[in-house]
Design a protein around this ligand. Structure first.
Ligand code: 5BU
Length: 469
């Protein structure tokens, strides 16, 4: 079948529908495209797959990737018919087994052509492409059966992707009219709808850029220290900006907590000097758990003394923090000499610093002036600083994250000076990147469940930054 015959057939099979439909966005549309139906019709599936394959004639690439669900059957068909490797990007990440976002066999740097059934606004496609790029795949070309002509193809072009489509919705409309599938009124209504429902892609791009100026992707790109880059990657792949503060009193309690909350956190914060039975064995087991669940270990030691002492505190037994912590906190009340002393130990290749710029207590002495100065110092040492602990202010350098303790969904204070904010306030209003939750999780009846709840609230609150931008 040629393009026109195929379009008419798609109409007969209910893939192309004309009438009145309410889209996910709430928008009323005079047409609807449902390519999930084509799995029932192998001939049509094959025909569409071949038309899409023709679009790749001039392209060189290693893998095909179909966006679930509609394009999965299509990309599989193309892969089988033309002996091409296929990879699959998960819609939701698996909770057990290999924690992969992308299934299949591929290497970093491999090129990939991505296929979706319909390009609408292009925003969900961009998010899919960014997730694939995070895995090291290189994408230049995107295929789709239909361009809804809403501006998505332009947006994708603007982001540097080349879009190839079999049909534009305008073409389909013409075929339907010529083939007598729709009447004059349907034709006119649909045409008017297409022409008046284009997104202003420049506006979308500007909004997205503003909203993503401190996105985890940007943080990962701009951060200088490898631990910071790793953290940004964990946050994105696990979709969690939750750091659990494991302020318990024994090694056994800490390990139990770490195993329970591990799947839901990007970092576990410790105060190992508070563990009654601290030993190298505990650290060894904690390290195993951090690998099992893919989180970083952050020792909240808050170094604050003169350089000479700070160096000893960081490296000396029995804690030997420098040997195992992915990140440690440092005050700059003594000035930048604390950071310089930590650097001088030569141990900051595998441990990043977090500068305490502002505290969460109700009468903290960390005034605005102090906080901004501390952020300044952090910026001057961006090669070793992962972020700042602060409540209201952040570095304008996206490579320096803002980590915020004093987060609780149920309490405003603890009666001992601590003050709390809700995650929503932290992420969507204050621009926080990582929230730190202690008693809100480890004192709960079920810390595993509680950490999952915090994880979800934190992630949704972070996404609000995009939606409300
Ligand atoms: P909470 O149980 O969620 O209140 O625990 C907060 C943790 O964060 C705790 O380990 C503190 O040491 C840490 N913290 C804080 O609460 N406020 C601050 O300003 C700084 C650290 Br810095």
């Amino acid at each position: 079948m040629n393009k026109k015959e195929l379009a008419l057939k798609l109409f007969d099979l209910g893939v192309l529908q004309f009438g009145e439909f309410t889209l996910k966005s709430g928008l009323k549309s005079p047409f609807y495209l449902d390519f999930r139906r084509i799995v029932a019709y192998p001939d049509v599936l094959k025909n569409i797959s071949e038309l899409l394959w023709e679009l790749t004639a001039e392209l060189e690439f290693d893998h095909l990737c179909g966006v679930p669900y509609a394009a999965l059957s299509i990309s599989s068909t193309m892969a089988v018919l033309h002996s091409k490797s296929m990879i699959v990007k998960r819609k939701e990440k698996k909770r057990h087994g290999t924690k992969k976002m992308v299934e299949g066999i591929y290497n970093e740097g491999d090129s990939c052509v991505v296929i979706d059934d319909v390009i609408s606004s292009g925003i969900s496609m961009i998010e899919t492409l960014e997730a694939l790029e995070l895995e090291g795949l290189k994408i230049k070309h995107v295929l789709s059966i239909v361009d809804r002509m809403q501006g998505g193809a332009l947006l994708l072009n603007d982001y540097g992707y080349k879009v190839h489509t079999v049909y534009t919705v305008r073409e389909i409309l013409e075929f339907m009219k010529e083939g007598g599938k729709i009447n004059q009124k349907q034709y006119t209504n649909t045409l008017v709808f297409i022409e008046t429902n284009r997104i202003n892609f420049e506006q979308v791009r500007a909004r997205r850029e503003q909203a993503t100026s401190y996105s985890y992707k940007k943080i990962g790109k701009e951060a200088e220290h490898p631990v910071a880059k790793k953290l940004a990657k964990i946050v994105q792949s696990k979709k969690t900006n939750l750091c659990c503060s494991g302020d318990v009193q024994s090694g056994a309690e800490l390990l139990k907590l770490a195993d329970a909350v591990g799947p839901n956190i990007c970092m576990l914060k410790t105060h190992t000097d508070n563990l009654s039975d601290m030993s190298p064995q505990i650290i060894q087991e904690l390290k195993i758990l951090s690998e099992k669940h893919n989180f970083l270990i952050f020792e909240d030691r808050k170094f604050a003394d003169i350089g000479h002492i700070v160096m000893q505190q960081f490296t000396a037994a029995p804690l030997c923090i420098a040997d195992w912590a992915d990140a440690v906190t440092v005050h700059v009340v003594a000035g930048s000499s604390s950071i310089e002393a930590l650097k001088a130990t030569g141990k900051l290749d595998s441990t990043a610093l977090i500068v305490v710029a502002e505290m969460s207590t109700k009468d903290t002495l960390t005034s605005k002036k102090y906080t901004l100065k501390a952020i300044d110092i952090a910026e001057q040492h961006s090669d070793v600083v992962l972020g700042t602990v602060s409540q209201n202010y952040r570095s304008e350098n996206p490579g320096i994250m803002m980590l915020t303790p004093g987060i609780n969904t149920d309490r405003k204070k603890d009666g001992m000076g601590q003050t709390y904010n809700h995650p929503d306030e932290a992420f969507s209003k204050r621009g926080v990147d990582i929230m730190i939750v202690g008693r809100g999780i480890y004192q709960a009846d079920n810390p595993a469940l509680q950490s999952e709840i915090y994880k979800k609230i934190g992630w949704e609150s972070y996404l609000k930054r995009y939606n409300e931008a």
